[in-house]
Design a protein around this ligand. Structure first.
Ligand code: 5GP
Ligand code: MG
Ligand code: MG
Length: 181
């Protein structure tokens, strides 16, 4: 496992992200903050406690990384989503990769009548994206590598790591093998 961002670097990044968001929205008007499950779980808990404005907090489920690292069809489950009509909404996700997830979700929020729909991510991969939209708030720019930890998984493992890391090929193999049994 190769550490890309350690605990204190992640902390600083979330702190920066929170102050950018605070600066943009101010501390008076309520913000509806939505976690894109499951990858944003750890970031979300850290981020919302640092924001100054009153918040309505909810979740939405989106998954596209079906068999581990390969991107498949995007599926969205909005059954647990709270009311977003006429609200200023901020979607929080772990990483902006192809961009398809947040592009789709911001489109959905606008269709549901959100007054505004913006996005915040911990990580932005340096690569060409499949969509026009870009996240509004970004903590870190990272190389185009598959990363785990701080909420991000490989086959549902590694989300609990307090740091962000790149898996070695042997660890990828071992995790995949263990997942079969
Ligand atoms: P996008 O729709 O932007 O291609 O992908 C967004 C989702 O794919 C992320 O929310 C995350 O769940 C997953 N993803 C993209 N890149 C990585 C990565 O490097 N590591 C992990 N664990 N998940 C990733
Ligand atoms: Mg995700
Ligand atoms: Mg995943």
């Amino acid at each position: 496992m190769r550490t890309l961002l350690n605990e204190s670097e992640l902390n600083e990044g979330v702190e920066r992200l929170a102050s950018e968001i605070d600066q943009h929205y101010g501390s008076e008007r309520p913000l509806t903050v939505i976690a894109v499950m499951t990858g944003s779980l750890v970031l979300f808990a850290d981020l919302i406690r640092r924001l100054s404005m009153p918040q309505r907090v909810g979740v939405i489920q989106a998954s596209s990384y079906r068999g581990g690292m390969t991107s498949g069809e995007l599926s969205v489950d909005a059954n647990m989503l709270i009311d977003v009509k006429d609200r200023d909404v901020l979607l929080v996700d772990d990483i902006f990769d192809t961009g398809k997830t947040l592009d789709r979700l911001t489109g959905m929020l606008r269709e549901m009548g959100a007054k505004s729909a913006r996005t915040a991510v911990l990580l932005h991969k340096t690569r060409t994206h499949d969509v026009e939209m870009r996240p509004d708030f970004v903590a870190f720019q990272i190389p185009d590598e598959f990363v785990v930890g701080y909420g991000l998984d490989y086959l549902d493992m590694y989300r609990n790591l307090p740091y962000l890391a790149i898996l070695e090929p042997a660890e990828i193999e071992a995790t995949a093998a263990e997942n079969q049994s």
